[in-house]
Design a protein around this ligand. Structure first.
Ligand SMILES: *[C@@H]1O[C@H](CO)[C@@H](O)[C@H](O)[C@H]1NC(C)=O
Ligand SMILES: *[C@@H]1O[C@H](CO)[C@@H](O)[C@H](O)[C@H]1NC(C)=O
Ligand SMILES: *[C@@H]1O[C@H](CO)[C@@H](O)[C@H](O)[C@H]1NC(C)=O
Ligand SMILES: *[C@@H]1O[C@H](CO)[C@@H](O)[C@H](O)[C@H]1NC(C)=O
Ligand SMILES: *[C@@H]1O[C@H](CO)[C@@H](O)[C@H](O)[C@H]1NC(C)=O
Ligand SMILES: *[C@@H]1O[C@H](CO)[C@@H](O)[C@H](O)[C@H]1NC(C)=O
Ligand SMILES: *[C@@H]1O[C@H](CO)[C@@H](O)[C@H](O)[C@H]1NC(C)=O
Ligand SMILES: CC(=O)N[C@H]1CO[C@H](CO)[C@@H](O)[C@@H]1O
Length: 623
């Protein structure tokens, strides 16, 4: 059935409307719009707002209200986001239900559920409000009192009114975030699913007992008043000349309430582009850090972290942890899943050597802790997480170590977080290559030198050892029992406790590499007897090999260019190497002084002979 035009006489000025729209008029009972019609919308008298169907995809139409005169045709209200209308659907003004949307077979998709009698006409108003009214002009139903995610100037929200974010930018289904003036008078933003209680809010005015009405007034301000109309709280406060700008305030799909303006007319001298620009501050100012509940996912989904965008509207972005991928590749806010098989909790094959920790600074999941230890070193923290099959992330800050479990919630990367997150990922995955490069880049000079020295010792001592060592990388070894070693002469054994004392609890880290960390220590009572204590990462085949090689072979070499091995600790699961500590001066000489080229050359030659590849040299030199 074709839709009907009434009251054309009332239209005073010819409006630049598309032929597909009908000019502002009152609609009477029986009037309808059909999805297939070319005339699929009803306009307000000024032509600025339209009510009708918008195509969301093939055979999927949304009954909506939008800004008609701007290119975006921005939607400000919608009826059936959860239940889109197929071709041939129809919305009709009926005496009983008011507006009723039915599909071609007559099934109801949506209805205004008008619970009153006396409906005579409907109208799309110039404010953006769509009303159903009686003969005596009483509003029986209007879109302003049933907002979706947007409010417009002159719109008010009374107690219990709810503004609900859509699911995503282009999906008008219900999203997770809600803006409501609660019965008690508090204006709150909260994330679902959670019980509707004040403590669930991630932003609130704290006006319980006083708040009564939210007003978006004509000068573009959104504020809360009490019962007597007294201003209690400004939500947005920039004044905007309404005559030249369109305005809207919206709870967006990212959970942030923003106010936008858009010039009504193009005007090159005013400097405003013909797009929506945010005015006032977003609410809350940083959603990434404003959610801190022990239930729920936070601003982003599980196993991800939130960063505040640096675009004009500071749109938050959600990212997966390294080693994790999006659950829904079309929506980054839906969280991430582990992209590797979880660590075995079988104590007989702990798989500790199958995992590495990837560092992330200023990144935290504050609500996902299950264990906390104080007065620990970073090394301890790393080992503790690697050895624990439940540990997904360790967080180290101020000598405290937290273990975190999945699903990780409330993730954020923000300068206020501080500390260091260590994300556990399985080595045997495509991501491990990228990790290796990054770790190598962040290696500090001292450590590179120490590793190079160890490597060159390997070159000196035996080419064969090198080859064996390289080819044994992927084998499994476990530091469960002390290893059998042929101790070299001139070295001594230390207890773990002695070395813990010597390093003051592994306090001063000189560097860190593939095999473990190196700490500065002092032996005996003399303060000048400095040593470098290398704590080999437990339970890795590489460490085990390195340990055996160092302890049995290098100790005998004592080449002037090598750091001398003083001793070791081979106690339980602990493997530590103790070297004399070379001053920076001699180390620098060693690397950059006259001895460097020939030494570098030797590594190159050795590697080429051994493996015939450049990779070997790279690995050997830690670059
Ligand atoms: C659409 O509206 C125009 C006038 O605005 C009218 O001439 C035309 O017949 C209408 N088409 C339908 C299918 O109702
Ligand atoms: C629509 O109805 C209202 C209220 O009765 C009236 O003021 C207005 O003039 C009507 N408009 C049209 C186009 O009939
Ligand atoms: C309609 O309104 C009446 C009276 O206000 C009320 O008793 C009834 O529950 C309402 N029905 C619906 C479906 O809202
Ligand atoms: C919108 O998202 C919901 C929730 O994931 C989904 O069920 C629905 O199919 C989506 N709608 C469209 C049109 O993609
Ligand atoms: C809108 O609200 C602000 C803040 O209360 C007030 O200063 C301004 O005069 C109001 N404008 C109108 C048109 O009521
Ligand atoms: C364009 O903008 C300038 C500067 O804001 C203003 O003076 C002028 O009146 C505007 N012109 C129109 C046609 O709105
Ligand atoms: C990596 O995993 C695959 C499949 O799980 C396996 O076939 C392969 O041997 C593993 N590679 C290494 C180096 O462990
Ligand atoms: C990035 C990547 O390769 N991920 C793989 C890691 O391993 C798991 C389990 O084998 C695979 O499912 C992932 O695709």
């Amino acid at each position: 059935m074709a839709s009907v035009i009434l009251g054309i006489l009332l239209v005073l000025v010819p409006l630049p409307l598309s032929a597909e729209a009908q000019t502002g008029s009152n609609l009477t009972l029986g009037n309808s719009l059909t999805v297939n019609d070319r005339n699929s919308s009803w306009l307000s008298p000024s032509g600025e707002f339209a009510f009708g169907f918008r195509r969301m995809g093939a055979g999927a139409h949304l009954l909506a209200i939008w800004f008609e005169k701007i290119e975006d045709k921005t939607i400000v209200w919608s009826a059936n986001g959860d239940n889109l209308a197929p071709e041939g659907s129809k919305v009709q003004l009926t005496a009983n239900g008011g507006l009723v949307l039915t599909d071609p077979r007559g099934r109801e998709l949506w209805s205004s559920n008008l619970n009153a009698t006396g409906l005579v006409y409907a109208a799309m108003l110039d404010t953006g409000n769509f009303i159903l009214a009686s003969a005596s002009h009483v509003n029986l139903w209007d879109s302003f009192s049933r907002p979706t995610d947007t409010i417009l100037p002159t719109q008010q929200l009374d107690l219990d009114a709810v503004v609900r974010a859509r699911y995503s930018k282009m999906n008008y289904s219900n999203g997770r975030f809600i803006f409501t003036l609660q019965t008690g008078g508090n204006l709150v933003l909260y994330a679902t699913p959670t019980p509707l209680v004040v403590s669930d809010a991630y932003w609130a005015t704290g006006t319980r007992g006083n708040g009564f009405r939210l007003i978006f007034n004509q000068s573009g301000q959104v504020y809360l008043t009490d019962r007597n109309g007294k201003l209690l709280n400004k939500v947005t406060s920039d004044e905007v000349p309404t005559s030249v700008f369109y305005q809207r305030a919206i709870l967006e799909y990212d959970g942030v309430f923003r106010q936008y303006i858009h010039p009504k007319m193009a005007n090159s001298s005013s400097g405003w582009a013909m797009v929506w620009s945010m005015v006032s501050s977003p609410v809350p100012s940083n959603i990434c850090t404003s959610m801190n509940r022990d239930t729920g996912t936070g601003a982003c989904g599980f196993n991800s972290y939130c960063t505040r965008g640096d675009d004009q509207i500071q749109r938050p972005r959600c990212h997966c942890l390294p080693g994790y991928t999006l659950l829904d590749s079309t929506n980054e806010m839906n969280g991430c899943r582990q992209d590797f098989a979880p660590q075995s909790c079988d104590e007989s094959k702990p798989e500790t050597d199958q995992f590495v920790l990837r560092e992330m600074l200023n990144t935290g999941w504050p609500m996902s802790n299950y264990e906390r230890s104080e007065s620990q070193t970073e090394h301890w923290c790393r080992q503790a997480c690697l050895a624990d099959c439940f540990c997904a992330v360790a967080f180290f800050k101020d000598r405290k170590c937290w273990k975190k479990r999945t699903p990780l919630s409330n993730g954020r990367m923000d300068p206020g977080v501080g500390g260091k997150a260590l994300v556990k990922v399985r080595i045997n995955n495509s991501t491990s290559k990228a990790t290796g490069n990054r770790q190598k880049k962040s290696k500090n000079l001292t450590l590179m030198i120490i590793e190079s020295v160890l490597l060159s010792s390997c070159v000196f001592v035996s080419l064969l050892t090198c080859v064996i060592y390289r080819s044994s990388r992927s084998r499994d070894y476990k530091f469960l029992q002390p290893v059998q070693i042929n101790q070299a002469t001139g070295t001594r054994t230390y207890t773990y406790w002695e070395l813990q004392e010597a390093t003051d609890g592994f306090k001063e880290e000189l560097g860190r590499g593939a095999f473990g960390a190196v700490y500065k220590g002092v032996l005996g009572s003399e303060d000048t007897n400095f040593v470098a204590v290398k704590v080999l990462m437990a339970w890795t085949g590489e460490s085990e090999k390195e340990f055996e090689r160092e302890v049995s072979a290098t100790g005998q070499t004592n080449h002037k260019n090598l750091m001398q091995l003083l001793g070791f600790c081979n106690e339980g699961q602990h493997r530590l190497l103790v070297y004399e500590f070379m001053s920076n001066g001699s180390l620098a000489d060693f690397l950059f002084g006259s001895s460097r080229p020939s030494w570098y050359k030797r590594v190159e030659i050795a590697c080429d002979v051994a493996r015939g590849s450049l990779t070997c040299t790279r690995n050997a030199l830690g670059i």
